[in-house]
Design a protein around this ligand. Sequence first.
Ligand code: TYD
Length: 195
Amino acid sequence: MAGRFIVFEGIDGAGKSTLIEGISEILTSRGEDVIITAEPTDGPIGSIIRAGEIKNISQNAEALLFTADRAFHTQQMLRWKKSGKTVLCDRYYASTVAYQAANLGGTESEKEWLKEINRPVVTEPDITFLLDIDPEKSMRRVNNRGDASKFEKIEYLRKVRSNYLELAREKGFKIIDASRTGEEVLKEVITIIGE
Ligand code: TYD
């Protein structure tokens, strides 16, 4: 039996990691063969991105790197799904559209370009959850974690959030109110997955 491919999106501090762990535990206890994966990946291109080894690259080049990493990852995830696994993926193409559009300036033609470069390298997930939260709130969580990076600026995240919401409406992502407790969010998401 073919598996499932489920994606989780959201701004930094939205609570994706904790939610994914919770979902994984529940689905595993129900007998599903679950695999957790993330972008940027720990593969060859993802590692370069994560290490921040390439300095002073253009925003366009950065978008292409994230997308190249994804091309490799999509093939891997399709194999996992085909072998019956439930694939839980932390970020996918919506991250590139939302974040890189915010970096580039966010015009319609830039968003179109980002969608266009992703089109040949993605497969449509069975379901995508957008954990939606006000950046002020998510930043408080992140600051508590003490790992604020250059991506984690409130003004910037406002643009990212708005790009996410626009894409979510266009693509039919499930928009989840992530300002609630982790328990409440988990309960809602697991109910939707169960249906
Ligand atoms: P991630 O490791 O998910 O960080 P966190 O666990 O803090 O959410 O992602 C690192 C950063 O990379 C994050 O700020 C979002 C950004 N990113 C992009 O800008 N474009 C992309 O395509 C992806 C996958 C991530």
